[in-house]
Design a protein around this ligand. Structure first.
Ligand code: CS2
Ligand code: MG
Length: 410
C-alpha cells in the first residue's frame, strides 16, 4: 500500500479546518486533521513544503516508522505546529490501515471497551437565568454532563460567553466562528471578581439541577496557583466532575500547591502537544484527566502512549473536543476513547450544518453518549467539492486584558 498522493485541503465551512488527504496505489483515501486554531496556515506550509514530499512512495502500513521519521527526522522537537502536522499524517495512516483491514478503527486499537463515550456539552450564561436556560437546552439536546461557564458582574464578555444579545441570550461564543476578524477581539478579566462570583453560581446550579448531574468548569489558565487552590476548595461542596486548566500548566510544579489544598478533580493539557509536557503531572499524580486532543498531540500513536502511561497513575482521558477540532479529529478520538480502558469523558460541541456537508460522518450521539460507528476506517469522508466552496478566512482567537490594560491569559 504505497502513498501516491498527499494533498492538503483548507476549508472554512463554519470555521477553518486543515485536512491531509493521502491516496494509495490500491485506490484507498485516508484523511487526518491538522487544524491549529488561529495558526492554520503554518501547519499547511509545514505539511505541503516539508512533509508531503517525504510521504510519496512510502508504505502506508508503516505508521510507527513514519511517526518516528517525522518526529526525529525534523531534529527540532515538539511544538504545536510540528505535532499537528504529524497528527494529520498519523491519523490518515490509521484511517488507511483500518480501511485496508475492513474494520472500524477502534477494532485495530484493541476493540471496544465500552458501549459508548459519555460526552459533555457547553452551557453558559451572562446571568444566572440565562445559564439555567442554557443548561436546560443542552439537557433537551440529549447531553447528560454539562460544562458550566458564567459571566461575572462588571466584566463585559469573558471566555465561553458572548456579550448579551437579544437574539441569542447566553449563547456560547465559538471564537473565530461566524464573522472572521482581522485583529484579535479584546475581552476583560478580573480574577478577584471571578473568585467571588463563581461559587455562588455553582450553588445555584446545584440547587436547580440536583446533586447527580456531572458539572465541569474551565478556568482557561487564568489563575495563580494559590488562587486556583482557593477556587478548588470553594467549589468542593458542588462536587465538580473536573476543574479545567486552573493555572497556566506549563509550570507543572504549580499544580502541587493546588493539589495539596483541594480534592476537586483537575483536568489539564489541551494546549500541550507531547507526553513530555505531562512528566511531572503524571509521575506525581497531580491531575485526574488528560485534556490532549489527537489532533494537537501527534495523532493516535503518540496520544495512545501518553494515555497508557496516564492509566498507570489512575489518570483518565478527557480529550479536548471544541469545534476547532474537525470532524476528522473528533472521529479519531472517538475510536481511541472507545478502545482504551482509562476513558473518562469526551468534550463534544456540535459542528455547524455547513461543516457536516463538507465532512460526512458515521458517528452518533444518543442519550449523552457518542459512538464512532462501524464503517471501515475513521468513518469520515471529505467532500472536496463542498470543501472548495468555503475558502480559508483569516481569524484570531481573542486576547484578555486587565482593567489597567495588562495582557492576561485568555
Ligand atoms: C476550550 C477551547 O474546549 C475547551 O475547553 O478551552 O474552546 C479553546 O478555547 C479553543 O480550543 C481554542 O482554540
Ligand atoms: Mg479548555
Amino acid at each position: 500500500m504505497r502513498i501516491v498522493d498527499a494533498e492538503v485541503v483548507v476549508t472554512s465551512p463554519d470555521r477553518n479546518f486543515v485536512t491531509l488527504v493521502l491516496r494509495t496505489d490500491d485506490g484507498l483515501t485516508g484523511i487526518g486533521d491538522g487544524t491549529l486554531n488561529g495558526r492554520e496556515l503554518a501547519v499547511v506550509a509545514y505539511l505541503r513544503e516539508h512533509v508531503a514530499p517525504l510521504l510519496l512512495g512510502r508504505d502506508a502500513h508503516r505508521i510507527e516508522d513514519t511517526w518516528q521519521l517525522l518526529y526525529r527526522g525534523a531534529y527540532w522537537r515538539r511544538g504545536p505546529v510540528t505535532m499537528a502536522a504529524i497528527a494529520a499524517v498519523d491519523v490518515a495512516l490509521w484511517d488507511l490501515k483500518a480501511q485496508a483491514a475492513q474494520m472500524p478503527l477502534y477494532q485495530l486499537l484493541g476493540g471496544a471497551s465500552r458501549t459508548g463515550l459519555m460526552a459533555y456539552g457547553h452551557a453558559s450564561g451572562q446571568t444566572l437565568p440565562e445559564l439555567v436556560e442554557s443548561i436546560h437546552a443542552r439537557l433537551e439536546e440529549g447531553y447528560r454532563s454539562i460544562r458550566v461557564q458564567s459571566g461575572v458582574p462588571g466584566l463585559r464578555s469573558i471566555y465561553g460567553i458572548s456579550a448579551p444579545s437579544p437574539a441569542q441570550p447566553g449563547q456560547e461564543t465559538h471564537p473565530t466562528q461566524g464573522s472572521p476578524v482581522a485583529r484579535p477581539a479584546e475581552e476583560d478579566w478580573d480574577s478577584r471578581a471571578y473568585l467571588r462570583h463563581l461559587p455562588g453560581v455553582f450553588e445555584a446550579v446545584r440547587a436547580e439541577f440536583g446533586p447527580e448531574l456531572p458539572l465541569l468548569h474551565d478556568v482557561h489558565h487564568r489563575l495563580t496557583p494559590v488562587q486556583a487552590a482557593r477556587l478548588g476548595k470553594d467549589l468542593e461542596p458542588y462536587d465538580l466532575f473536573w476543574l479545567e486548566d486552573c493555572t497556566p500548566a506549563e509550570n507543572q510544579e504549580a499544580l502541587r500547591l493546588v493539589r495539596q489544598h483541594t480534592t476537586t478533580p483537575l483536568a489539564v493539557g489541551e494546549v500541550f502537544n507531547t507526553a513530555w509536557d505531562y512528566q511531572t503531572l503524571l509521575r506525581e499524580q497531580l491531575i485526574d484527566y488528560v485534556r490532549s486532543a489527537v489532533t494537537h498531540t501527534g495523532g493516535i500513536s503518540h496520544l495512545r502512549k501518553l494515555l497508557d502511561q496516564a492509566a498507570l497513575h489512575q489518570i483518565r482521558a478527557g480529550m479536548h473536543g471544541p469545534t476547532d477540532i474537525s470532524p476528522v479529529g473528533m472521529a479519531a478520538q472517538l475510536h481511541l476513547g472507545l478502545a482504551i480502558h482509562n476513558f473518562g469523558i469526551q468534550e463534544y460541541a456540535r459542528h455547524g450544518a455547513l461543516t457536516d456537508e463538507v465532512f460526512r460522518q458515521t458517528s452518533t450521539f444518543r442519550d449523552g453518549h457518542l459512538h464512532p460507528g462501524d464503517e471501515p476506517g475513521l468513518g469520515v469522508t471529505l467532500d472536496l467539492e463542498a470543501a472548495a466552496r468555503h475558502p480559508y478566512r483569516p481569524a484570531y482567537l481573542p486576547v484578555n486584558r486587565l482593567a489597567d490594560q495588562t495582557v492576561h491569559d485568555w
